[in-house]
Ligand binder design. Sequence first.
Ligand SMILES: Cc1cc2nc3c(=O)[nH]c(=O)nc-3n(C[C@H](O)[C@H](O)[C@H](O)COP(=O)(O)OP(=O)(O)OC[C@H]3O[C@@H](n4cnc5c(N)ncnc54)[C@H](O)[C@@H]3O)c2cc1C
Length: 349
Amino acid sequence: MHTDILIIGAGPGGLACAKLLAEHGREVIVLERKKEIGAKVCAGGITWEGLIRLVPEELIERSFCEQYVFSNYQKVVVHEKNPIIATINRKTLGNWMAQQAMQAGVELVTGTRVSEINGRTVTVKTPSGKTKTYTCSQLVGADGSTSMVRRSLGIAAEQMGPGINYQIAGSVKKMEWHLNTRAFGYGYGWIFPHKDTVAIGAYGPRGNMSGSRLKENLIKWASARGYNLLGEQCRAALINYDYRGYSFGPIWLVGDAAGLASGLTGEGIYPAIVSGETVAKKIIDPDSTDDAITDMVKKQQLHHKVINLSAKSPAFCSLLMEMLILMLRLKFINFHTLEMAVTPGKTPQ
Ligand SMILES: Cc1cc2nc3c(=O)[nH]c(=O)nc-3n(C[C@H](O)[C@H](O)[C@H](O)COP(=O)(O)OP(=O)(O)OC[C@H]3O[C@@H](n4cnc5c(N)ncnc54)[C@H](O)[C@@H]3O)c2cc1C
């Protein structure tokens, strides 16, 4: 079967790209291996400068004007007029985005795993176990951090860090970030309240510690705070922040597939959406601007620098975390300094 544009992956990046293309009258098929849209391991944190203002209010689970940030020796409560971070359920976000894409005319094919890519020829396994082949004029890899499209282009992904999340029943009030170097090295732990659940997890950049050690430390750390994670479902995935371009002739990469998440915070939903929309615009009009991606890459490079500094030694890392809290306390920096959001107006409309 031939289609104009074939997108692999119905995450936020793929769906954002698909919707915009279909709105411009292009023929788009999105292939998704999961039966259910949006069931991605994630803490569901979205930022004010990023996604909060782009989604309807009813999609937001909880929003927070205050953020509690802890290091080994200090604590700061950051307060702002508008919600700094909100939480969102990934299935709710996924379904909302999928609905919008389909209304625009996108054909969404779920339960269909891509098993082979040869240029712009893509072979899939259908839900009935049959093999089917698609060809396309443009191929978009929106297939996440272990992207098959990226591998088919021969692009390595070395800068990847493990993220672990437990979504447990319960209701807590405060949104917390823990720059606890003893437990998480130069990563961090989080407690993100959702509607009737709490996301408790940890992330660390590559080279920080292994995923199994991070999990062990997270369980011990959470237990000391009264959260028993043993027996709860642990979900983990890699976060790709190894950006090496998004445009490769008629083949494109967006979101985690392009390595556009932040290596420092792990934030990746908003970069996926912005890059998905930018790629759509580029396909529609090759002369359109890609400033939004350029800006995100600049932010990402700044985050890389902080990671490289933190990785120098545990003592230096601890010092850096204390300095970060001090700068937040003295308001030399704010939460938005660490976000991947781009300047309003550079987000493709
Ligand atoms: C523990 C953890 C916590 C996180 N917390 C946050 C957070 O709080 N806030 C935030 O902004 N980001 C967070 N992230 C990062 C965020 O989840 C990702 O950056 C974001 O989902 C990237 O979107 P995407 O569309 O690029 O890829 P994905 O959301 O990964 O979507 C890719 C899609 O492609 C599909 N796919 C993959 N391979 C194939 C194939 N062969 N055939 C067909 N389909 C395929 C997948 O099933 C998936 O649906 C977190 C990540 C982790 C691991």
